[in-house]
Design a protein around this ligand. Structure first.
Ligand code: HEM
Length: 339
């Protein structure tokens, strides 16, 4: 009987700690995961069965082979140098499962490395070096500021402007995407982890860094005319063809932080010119033919890390775990869907 009592005590002290935190600094109060999901639905619409973010996606599989440079940085078994099976999900940003492929919007690369002895490494990477908010509270307020007015069905421009004026860093992500061409393929754009992570080696030395997956074949974008001609739905067929041709690979690169670099803020990239280490190569080898595939029940929760990798103090990282679980619960209950 000891465990339930201890658990109850631990949970009530956690609740108490959260309540005290909220009183001292309301901006630091945790955002309820259900409130987060409700706000996603109010702002972007509710598409039953689909992920509330990255809804239009395709599941694939592949393998990863790590380098000796990676082994010097981290003891994680993912870098053993032996092929590691990986579940891969590519998606277009947003909650709409019919989002156009030919817009200057976000692309996502979500991964689950299936490691020996049942260990997992999950991550969700985006096609920009920064995220659109630095804390869960700011992200929640950002979504709320974009909620459509029931009368106009549009976000209130005055609210949007007021929010942007007092939170200028939320514009870094949309400005970056607007400055880039429409990606020619899921396979021809770079995907950043945006958070700092610690890499711990066999001697216990810890190196912080931020990672990026860069296409081995180089970055390719479409001109505005090419994007128009491609139409709203070309990315899945393009991916299948490139995978059949054996041309979908990414270099998993880590930019090494130096003392004093900011590593706990997803809106701040590391300074230009930091040393980049190649951790290995990810090769995508098969694309799910139908709506199935192993992705359906995976949330790609970045707090699922192997031994040898540790989270930085970025407050967004732990804040992702519960909303992802609630999102999974909702879509499973509705009947999970994928294109
Ligand atoms: C507190 C902040 C965040 C919240 C509440 C949130 C919420 C969500 C939710 C609900 C999902 C769908 C989960 C599912 O149903 O399986 C999702 C997916 C995703 N999120 Fe976040 N997110 C947050 C921060 C971030 C950040 C900082 C990134 C940047 C790397 C990110 C990247 C992604 C990606 C790539 C996916 C799609 C993964 C897939 O293909 O399934 N999210 N997010």
């Amino acid at each position: 009987m000891k465990t339930p009592i201890l658990f109850a005590l631990a949970s009530s002290s956690l609740l108490l700690a959260n309540a005290v935190l909220a009183q001292v600094n309301p901006a630091a109060a945790p955002v309820d995961p259900n409130a987060f999901l409700n706000q996603f639905e109010s702002t972007f619409g509710k598409f039953e069965g689909y992920r509330r973010s990255g809804a239009k996606g395709v599941c694939a599989t592949g393998e990863f082979v790590g380098t000796s440079d990676a082994r010097a940085l981290s003891s994680a078994s993912v870098f053993s140098g032996k092929p590691i099976p990986v579940v891969v999900r590519f998606s277009v940003g947003g909650a709409n499962p019919k989002a156009p492929d030919n817009a200057k919007s976000q692309r996502n690369l979500a991964l689950q490395f299936n490691l020996p002895d049942g260990e997992l490494w999950q991550m969700g990477n985006i096609s920009a070096p920064v995220f659109g908010a630095s804390s869960p509270q700011q992200f929640f307020a950002l979504l709320a500021s974009r909620q459509p007015d029931p009368a106009t069905k549009m976000a209130d421009p005055a609210k949007v402007k007021a929010f942007n004026d007092s939170n200028p860093e939320v514009l870094l992500l949309p400005r970056y995407l607007a400055s880039q061409p429409v990606p020619a393929s899921f396979a021809s754009v770079s995907y950043w982890g945006v958070h700092g992570f610690g890499f711990v080696n066999a001697s216990g030395a810890k190196q912080f860094g931020k990672w990026v997956f860069e296409p081995v074949g180089g970055v390719q974008g479409l001109s505005d005319d090419e994007a128009k001609a491609k139409g709203p739905s070309f990315l899945f067929a393009d991916l299948s063809q490139r995978v059949k041709d054996g041309k979908v690979s990414f270099n998993f690169n880590l930019e090494l932080a130096q003392p004093g670099d900011k590593i706990d803020n997803a809106t701040v990239p590391l300074p230009e010119g930091r040393k980049k280490v190649n951790l290995g190569t990810l090769k995508v080898t098969a694309v799910s033919e139908d709506a199935g595939g192993p992705c359906l029940t995976i949330t790609f929760n970045p707090m699922v890390m192997p031994k040898g990798i540790e989270a930085s103090a970025d407050p967004l990282l732990p804040a992702r775990a519960a909303p992802y679980a609630v999102g999974l619960g909702r879509r499973l209950g509705e009947g999970p869907k994928q294109q």
